[in-house]
Design a protein around this ligand. Structure first.
Ligand SMILES: [Zn+2]
Length: 395
């Protein structure tokens, strides 16, 4: 990776010391919380384009104020995706800061789940996943401007509108931008209460299994029917045998539907199945198993749709090197930064999947993502901002 310093994680003597930098961010903490609150109070569910676009416009203005050039990538079904380019002094590849501004919460959620501060935590829909991550980007960029009078290197910020629903409108752009970048830092929430960064994520996919049976009157002609619900039940047991938890493969038929009335032998049934894999090479074998499912009742027909949507983010040498840089920066402020491998996917799976060094979980520390108690721990913010700023400098 290109870099201007031979020992990248060591502070440049002309710069402020790391404890001074931490004090800088500690002094910014209240402003950071105010900004996060502003972001949370603009609701932006993935499935509401006008609302998501409002959020996107607001973010574009905030980043523009620090010298970024916004570029809007129009999307028909979701909010427009937002790219902001920051020029840098050194002519090196940019670092890509990746995030999403959509949330899983429908419009109106704030009425029952207001953004509020209590016991050192900030609560609210999307506060952890991942509006605090976006605010961290903004404050890290501001700090670098202040310390270096301009960014030391180019930075590309890419904020997508559809991460929570599979990133169909943004994936191609995410991958293109990653290819042009030295490395990718993903501002998704940190793992666990100790704020570990994420160096591995499982691959994620989903399948829909449909069964077409033969309907009949359950009382008059029970023998003439071929039950789709019975067939589906047997298929679910067959599919559950694809689980191989020891190797990191898991399969879950989380949603099933079927039948119309108790006195009708069901003609139709279906299951929606979530799958997770640890290694890219497991994808083809698992897919093959789904595609070769055969009906137990020969009069029933099966159809299978879907596949792996996000390949695993594997802990490659490039990922490990980024983690080591992050650890070295954290050490400067006596913070023992941990790493974690997690089951959930993010857009980091896409960038790591095409071989670009990616470090995920750089965002806020907290709990309750996608749940009513979602929160971040406010006192963790200065350290996270420092880590991000340091990484942008040293990659
Ligand atoms: Zn997220």
């Amino acid at each position: 990776m290109p870099g201007k310093k031979s020992a990248p994680a060591t502070p440049d003597p002309s710069d402020r010391t790391w404890p001074e930098r931490l004090r800088y961010f500690a002094a910014e903490q209240d402003a950071l919380v105010r900004t996060i609150r502003e972001f949370v109070e603009i609701e932006s569910p993935s499935d509401n384009k006008p609302a998501a676009d409002r959020m996107g416009r607001f973010l574009a203005e905030r980043f523009e104020a620090f010298g970024g050039r916004p570029r809007v990538h129009p999307a028909d079904q979701f909010g427009n995706n937002l790219q902001i380019d920051f020029p840098g002094r050194e002519k090196v590849k940019p670092v890509l800061l990746l995030g999403h501004f959509d949330t899983v919460y429908p419009l109106g959620t704030l009425a029952n789940m207001p953004c509020r501060e209590a016991d050192g935590c900030l609560h609210g829909p999307g506060v952890l996943d991942m509006k605090s991550g976006i605010a961290l980007m903004l404050f890290a960029i501001e700090a670098l401007h202040c310390w270096h009078s301009g960014l030391p290197r180019p930075v590309t910020v890419f904020l997508v509108s559809d991460e929570e629903v599979g990133s169909s409108s943004s994936r191609r752009i995410t991958e293109e931008l990653a290819r042009e970048s030295a490395a990718v830092l993903v501002l998704e929430p940190a793992a666990g209460p100790r704020g570990a960064v994420k160096t591995a994520r499982k691959g994620v996919g989903d399948y829909t299994l449909k069964v077409q049976g033969v309907a009949a009157h359950a009382g008059l002609d029970p023998g003439k029917g071929h039950s789709a619900t019975l067939e589906l039940a047997r298929q679910i047991i067959a599919v559950s045998k694809f689980n191989d938890l020891r190797r990191g493969v898991s399969v879950n038929a989380g949603v099933i539907r079927g039948g119309t009335r108790t006195n009708v032998v069901a003609a139709e049934a279906s299951a929606e199945i979530d799958v997770r894999i640890k290694h890219a090479k497991q994808a083809a074998a698992l897919d093959g198993k789904f595609r070769s499912l055969k009906p137990f009742d020969k009069r029933c027909q099966l159809s299978i749709e879907g596949g792996i949507n996000r390949m695993p983010m594997e802990r490659t040498a490039g990922v490990a090197a980024l983690y080591q840089k992050a650890q070295a920066i954290a050490k400067q402020i006596d913070w023992k930064l941990e790493e974690a491998a997690v089951g959930g996917g993010s857009d980091g799976n896409f960038t790591a999947g095409i071989g670009i060094p990616t470090l995920d979980g750089m965002g806020g520390v907290g709990a309750g993502a996608h749940a009513v108690h979602e929160y971040i721990v406010i006192s963790e913010l200065p350290g996270r901002a420092l880590l991000l700023a340091g990484m942008i400098e040293s990659i």
